[in-house]
Design a protein around this ligand. Structure first.
Ligand SMILES: *Cc1c(COP(=O)(O)O)cnc(C)c1O
Length: 411
């Protein structure tokens, strides 16, 4: 049997050779743009890199015990919690991303249910069909049964379908603010009513919208209530490495109270080292993202995030106008982000295939067929103009009957 597996070189390779190789690897800035989301403008990226590099080699495993890391992580959580209309003793946990934030919530709700609903031995969690796949992954990891309910005609969670799905084993319910495929807010307040009525844990997945919504609202664009103002909401996930414009990996899971955070922590002692206390799932981790998040949050402040939110709305509008100027294309009417576009007349699999062939790295959704563009603070005219021009070319070719190959409309 032959393998083309790379082997460790016998002798070290010179740094200059490696640097040249590394530089040749990534896709070009324009075609690779959407796959690099989410980034802030260059100055924000630079500030994040500065702090990240300074603390790259510091070990975040000790963030509960190393005073200088503990304090910074706490300040990050403090700044984040302050955005979500939280009660006085609300709390949070710094995580590696929306995946880990959602896993943390799923784990905590399971532990909570063991105390609050001890008779339930086969726990179930209800989410709308549009909820992120990390709910499916997390439920798989934690032995929870996930029930996905049908969406309403407006593609938001159908609250009556969720109510019907509640049974004797239900421990929790969740909605998105907004969901990834459509950028639409689920009726969080109505889902919360169900949670309160049936004594369920309610989680809100605000991974994509969490650090954008407060500033869009402050610019005078009302959004549906989705945060701790809604009484049934016990936990919220929100990604700093999306519209918080912090370097990856960085996200938060916020808890309505310290007493709920208790269900998150697992601190075993049954080994020779005694108490093993970490912030979350990770053990050894770089402290870089924690310090970078602290630095970016402070660097921007409320006024900076508001300015970037205004800029983002403007960028999205220009991109949307460009896309709608292409015959046959429409922009999906979302509440926030991402920007999705589709067609009522052209086969979106052919559009996706054509754009992929040109080199664009894209993600999409199937129902309805939409290509999802994560517009961010680094999206500028060069990308918008190139993308719209290529879309115009591809759409014209598809309209003329060309078949340059299909691509699945998948994430
Ligand atoms: C991005 C996202 C996630 C997952 O976050 P990662 O940081 O990619 O792990 C979960 N839910 C929603 C709504 C998201 O947009």
């Amino acid at each position: 049997m032959t393998h083309d597996r790379t082997e460790l070189p016998a002798e070290g390779v010179p740094r200059s050779t490696l640097e040249a190789q590394l530089k040749s690897m990534p896709p070009d800035a324009v075609h690779g743009h959407w796959s690099r989301a989410f980034r802030g403008p260059e100055d924000v990226q630079e500030v994040g890199r500065m702090a990240y590099n300074m603390f790259l080699s510091d070990n975040g495993i000790f963030s509960l015990r190393s005073e200088y890391i503990r304090r910074i992580e706490e300040e990050v959580i403090g700044m984040c919690v302050s955005l979500f209309n939280a009660p006085e003793d609300a709390s949070g946990t710094f995580t590696s991303g929306g995946s880990e934030s959602n896993y943390s919530a799923l784990h905590a709700m399971r532990e909570w249910a063991r105390e609050h609903h001890p008779h339930i031995t086969a726990p179930e969690v209800i989410v709308p069909f549009s909820a992120h796949p990390t709910f499916s992954k997390g439920c798989h990891y934690f032995g929870l049964k996930l029930v996905r309910t049908a969406l309403g005609k407006d593609l938001r969670a159908d609250v009556s379908a969720m109510a019907e799905a509640i049974g004797p084993n239900t421990i929790a319910i969740a909605g998105s603010a907004p969901c990834w495929p459509y950028g639409l807010y689920d009726p969080i307040a109505a889902i919360s009513d169900l949670a309160v009525k049936h004594d369920l844990w309610m989680h809100v997945d605000a991974c994509v919208g969490g650090y954008l919504a407060p500033f869009v609202e402050s610019l005078g664009h009302p959004l549906p209530a989705w945060d701790f103002r809604v009484p049934g909401v016990k936990s919220i996930s929100a990604d700093l490495h999306k519209y918080g414009y912090c370097p990856k990996p960085a996200s938060t899971v916020l808890w309505r109270s310290e007493s709920l955070k208790r269900f998150h922590h697992v601190h075993p002692e049954d080994w020779p080292g005694g108490p093993y206390q970490m912030q979350g799932f990770a053990g050894s981790r770089t402290a870089g993202p924690i310090f970078a998040a602290w630095t970016v949050l402070k660097y921007l402040g409320r006024s900076g995030y508001r300015r970037l939110a205004a800029q983002l709305l403007d960028t999205s509008r220009r991109l949307a106008e460009g896309i709608e100027s292409v015959e046959g294309m429409y922009v999906f009417k979302s509440d926030l982000m991402p920007l999705g576009f589709g067609s009522h007349v052209l086969d979106m699999q052919l559009i996706m295939g054509g754009l992929r062939k040109i080199g664009w790295l894209l993600v999409a959704s199937r129902q309805p067929p939409l290509i999802n563009l994560p517009v961010d603070g680094a999206t500028g005219d060069a990308v918008i103009n190139a993308f719209v021009a290529d879309l115009r070319k591809v759409a014209a070719a598809v309209r003329a009957g060309a078949d340059a190959g299909r691509a699945e409309l998948t994430y």
